[in-house]
Design a protein around this ligand. Structure first.
Ligand code: URP
Ligand code: ZN
Ligand code: ZN
Length: 460
């Protein structure tokens, strides 16, 4: 089947220009001016941007976490992603106590295969590193899991110590697996949580004061030092504050291979969101926590300079009813951490970034699609509108005005932290490997049509 996308402005990370895009056999065949339809189905993109489908390298679908399981499934999550212009997710397979890494990998494949509506890949979140699990890392890389995540926070459950992180960094370097780190000082947070609870400070807003920016800055700096000692590249996930950006910038200025990721919630939301009645602040509990608005300019500067290469969603969806409410009796520390957002990443980046005058469209495409594709071994199969690449293409109309609401979202969760936010733009049409999955805003995709895509080993 042939499709011709006509009359739009093609945007890649290098620039934007007027061109039509011809798609056949799941791939982009030609990008050029005034292409002839020649029997192709025509998608009118006039007045719109034609961009590579987003790649969200930070999702947590069906993840057992915090005493519950995240409520977004692989079918609903990839459908929500595609509706919002994201045509590939890279989800975190999370090692359960006692499980091997290969079992964890197989478990995540069986949860996703046959259910995803667009392509997906996997990272491995390692919670127990010993000689056996270390030996599995090269096997994972052979399977296309070329990135690992380790947690410096969540003491008593999935946190690892510095020795473990150092060993993982060394092994990752040896096998081409990029180590991703959740950088917050878990020991410090544990002390602060204990003190808050002893003082009867149990409301959701106390999540903020138990996880200060200094604890994120310190852990970011420490992770970077460990990577320096291991002579390994490192990727810092969900950077929320300027303290952490400063550490990343300083290391990059020294020539170290350090990459940073931030998320829409740290650009659009703040501590002020906790000024809500009752227990509703729990909807905004994520880690690292939302910060003071004074961090926003530093995050945008980090995006512009490339110190923050990626904007990913960290989509960790827990219903307010019955899941976020798990903290009602004992306090904020029992609330599962995470916010939904896989559907709204493009709209928020366009509204606050491009319309807000912080970045241009090529930079948006870079942090939304191209840079994640490069860092996680998917480029140029994904992340670019070019002949030979997968036809994962989004037609985005920047002129539409809309309001984000749980009532109209595809995400399988009972709220959105962006409720009522006015946004500029609408995803008109989405192609996943040449097949139209969203046609003029209407869902026409198929469950099970997505495939597992291997990430290539990371080379600095
Ligand atoms: O609060 C968050 N971010 N929850 C998901 C797990 C993680 O730390 O990424
Ligand atoms: Zn994390
Ligand atoms: Zn996460």
């Amino acid at each position: 089947m042939k499709t011709l996308i006509t009359g739009g402005t093609v945007v890649n990370s290098e620039g934007e220009y007027r061109a039509d895009v011809l798609v056949e056999g799941g791939r982009i065949v030609t990008v050029g001016l005034d292409l002839s339809p020649d029997g192709a189905e025509v998608v009118d993109a006039s007045g719109a941007f034609v961009i590579p489908g987003g790649i969200d390298v930070h999702t947590h679908f069906q993840m057992p976490f915090g005493g519950t399981v995240s409520c977004e499934r692989f079918d609903t999550g990839t459908k929500a992603a595609a509706t919002g212009g994201t045509t590939m997710v890279v989800d975190f397979a999370l090692q359960a106590p006692g499980d091997s890494l290969m079992k964890t990998y197989a478990d995540w494949r069986s949860m996703a295969d046959g259910h995803v509506v667009v392509d997906y890949g996997l990272h491995m979140a390692i919670t127990e590193l010993n000689d056996d699990t270390l030996a599995e890392i090269p096997l994972l890389v052979d399977e296309g899991v070329a990135s690992l995540k380790l947690f410096m926070a969540y003491k008593g459950s999935i946190m690892v110590d510095d020795a473990t992180l150092l060993r993982a960094l060394r092994k990752g370097k040896e096998c081409g697996a990029l180590v991703c780190v959740h950088a917050e000082n878990g020991d410090v947070i544990d002390v602060l949580v204990g003190e808050h609870l002893a003082a009867g400070k149990t409301a959701p807003k106390y999540h903020l004061t138990t996880r200060p920016a200094a604890a994120e800055g310190e852990a970011t700096g420490r992770a970077i030092v460990l990577a320096e000692i291991a002579e390994a590249p490192i990727y810092i996930v969900h950077v929320s504050c300027t303290r952490a950006v400063d550490e990343i910038r300083a290391a990059r200025d020294r020539g170290q291979a350090v990459y940073g990721e931030t998320c829409p919630q740290y650009l659009a939301l703040s501590v002020d969101n906790f000024d809500v009645p009752g227990f509703e602040g729990a909807k905004f509990i994520c880690s690292p926590p939302l910060r003071d608005k004074s961090n926003w300019p530093g995050l945008w500067t980090g995006i512009r300079t490339g110190d923050l290469s990626v904007v990913a969603s960290d989509h960790a969806a827990f219903n307010y009813a019955g899941q976020k409410e798990m903290g009602l009796t004992e306090g904020f520390h029992k609330v599962p951490n995470g916010c939904p957002g896989v559907e709204h990443r493009l709209l928020i980046l366009h509204t606050l970034g491009v319309v807000g005058g912080e970045i241009d469209m090529p930079k948006l495409v870079d942090v939304f699609s191209s840079a994640p594709a490069r860092l996680f071994g998917l480029y140029p199969q994904k992340g670019v509108i070019a002949p030979g690449s997968d036809a994962d293409v989004v037609v985005f109309d920047p002129s539409v005005e809309a309001v984000i609401s749980a009532a109209t979202q595809m995400q399988n969760v009972d709220y959105t932290p962006y409720e009522g936010m006015r946004v500029n733009g609408a995803v008109r049409t989405v192609l996943s490997k040449g097949a139209v999955v969203l046609a003029d805003g209407r869902w026409v995709g198929k469950e099970g049509a997505g495939r597992y895509v291997k990430g290539k080993p990371f080379v600095v």
